[in-house]
Design a binder for this molecule. Structure first.
Ligand code: GAP
Length: 453
């Protein structure tokens, strides 16, 4: 579908998934708010992730660390010096670009990290905005957001950063987790939370944001572990999670970072890419961070961050595999994969075929008319089911329009209460995907739906 992205952005706003933030002030720097259905969808994805990687496993525990962390952490992790992107400004129109992206788009060459080569290549490239060719030199730009902390006596710590990845908060609590949680290597610490990056160019809707959420695991292993099979296993688990969002296997692929392009901390990094409407792009990542972080934090803090392995009777600094998942990108995959258009009786039906487990609304209850005799039956059904399922009650507009609306928000089942319901004590259950309708006794409805979910 050539204009799929436009259709998704429009549906997301019209149906309360994602709004451009601060529109009354003309919008604000590629930021977005999640509406009611977007919030439900996002919470369901988080819940699915937590269930999969924390509740269903005995070797991973949770954490919820702060966004503002000690600035020494970012010095030790290398972010203060090395978390940079290359930017370039067009002197003619003042527009700012990622220098490496401009060069790659124009020449196919990946010059990440090579500022002089980028500046040289730019002399052959026209500004995509104004068509002129008048660039500044390419230069490094640190992507961390800085802010000031009050009531901190030490000048050095008064300037703090919004965390650029959630991982940092995990490493600084490694010792606390070890001391309090009876974990044994191999074990993981999982966290979901906001991260902030001052991206030079944000865009593609919620794909590249300056404020976004990550779901990350630091999985600690012993240095002599055969890590390659474990790495492959994590990749498969990440892929499986993407399938659970509705992604088709053929739309997923791996990209292994070449040696000279890996992050400063990584021994091996593989991106799991998804075929978004704007091309294959990174969805999740998996990195072998070695013992870089624990060693660096141990050195900078003076605290021992090692592990005593009772079975081997030896002490070592664990190595780490880091499966990382973008939450906003996961939600975008769910939207892209769910979007379907179908011809039904000469009309186009738009239907969001979310996997049932993440659909924002699980059941819509639709009395055929607003008349008290029908609405009282429908309200009783809503009250009975609302603690088991996320239900929506809707009695406005024609039934056809209500079905269309539920299709567009991806509700797997609609229950219609009609005048026959008063006689036969049954309702019609409509299936979102097949549009088939089935008559079900009201007293059997709960069990019927329990079988479906
Ligand atoms: N701790 C490792 C780490 O942060 P990353 O590849 O820089 O690795 C992890 O980020 C994930 O976070 C990415 O795979 C992506 O899903 C998401 N992500 C990164 N930058 C993002 C941005 N600007 N907007 C939305 N999601 C982003």
């Amino acid at each position: 579908m050539p204009d799929l992205m436009e259709k998704i952005v429009s549906l997301a706003k019209r149906r309360g998934f994602v709004y451009p933030a601060c529109e009354i002030y003309g919008g604000f720097a590629n930021s977005y708010s999640y509406g009611s259905y977007g919030t439900e969808l996002k919470n369901n994805i988080k819940q699915l992730w937590w269930q999969t990687f924390v509740h269903n496993r005995e070797d991973i525990v949770g954490l919820d660390g702060p966004i503002l962390l000690h600035p020494k952490l970012w010095e030790a992790s290398g972010h203060t010096k090395g978390f940079n992107d290359a930017l370039v400004d067009c002197k003619a129109c003042q527009k700012r670009f990622r220098a490496d992206h401009l060069v790659e788009e124009a020449t196919g060459k990946d010059l990440e990290g090579q500022l002089d080569e980028m500046s040289a290549a730019l002399t052959e490239i026209k500004c995509p905005n104004c068509g002129k060719q008048d660039w500044t030199e390419a230069r490094e730009f640190n992507m961390m957001f800085k802010t000031q902390m009050n009531n901190v006596s030490d000048e050095e710590t008064a300037e703090v950063y919004l965390r650029p990845e959630t991982a940092g908060a995990i490493f600084v609590e490694y010792k606390n987790v070890l001391d309090s949680m009876r974990v044994k290597i191999p074990f993981g610490i999982a966290q979901i939370g906001k991260a902030f990056r001052n991206e030079i160019v944000a865009g593609n809707f919620i794909f590249r944001l300056r404020e976004f959420e990550q779901m990350e695991i630091e999985y600690f292993i012993s240095p002599d572990t055969e890590w390659k099979p474990l790495f492959e296993k994590w990749l498969m688990q990440q892929e499986k999670f993407a399938l659970g969002l509705g992604a088709d296997k053929k739309d997923l692929r791996h990209y292994e970072h070449p040696d000279d392009k890996r992050s400063h901390y990584s021994q091996k990094t593989v991106d799991i890419e998804y075929k978004f409407p704007f091309g294959f792009k990174e969805l999740f990542g998996l990195a072998h961070r070695g013992n870089f972080d624990l060693t660096a934090h141990s050195k900078a803090s003076g605290e021992k961050l090692d592990y005593f392995d009772q079975e081997k009777n030896e002490r070592y600094v664990p190595h780490v595999l880091e499966p990382t998942f973008g939450l906003d990108r996961s939600l975008l995959v769910a939207l892209v994969a769910a979007y379907h258009e179908e011809e039904v009786k000469g009309e186009t039906r738009v239907v969001m075929k979310f996997p049932k487990g993440i659909a924002p609304i699980q059941l819509a209850i639709l009395p055929l008319s607003k008349k008290e005799e029908l609405s009282s039956v429908a309200r009783d059904i809503f009250d009975n089911l609302k603690t088991d399922l996320v239900c929506e009650y809707d009695e406005t507009q024609s039934i056809g329009k209500r079905y269309r609306r539920q299709d567009e928000i991806g509700t797997p089942y609609c229950v219609t209460v009609d005048f026959d319901s008063l006689e036969d004590k049954a309702v019609t259950v409509r299936d979102r995907d097949t549009m088939e309708q089935e008559r079900v006794k009201i007293e059997e409805l709960e069990g019927y739906l329990a079988d479906k979910y």
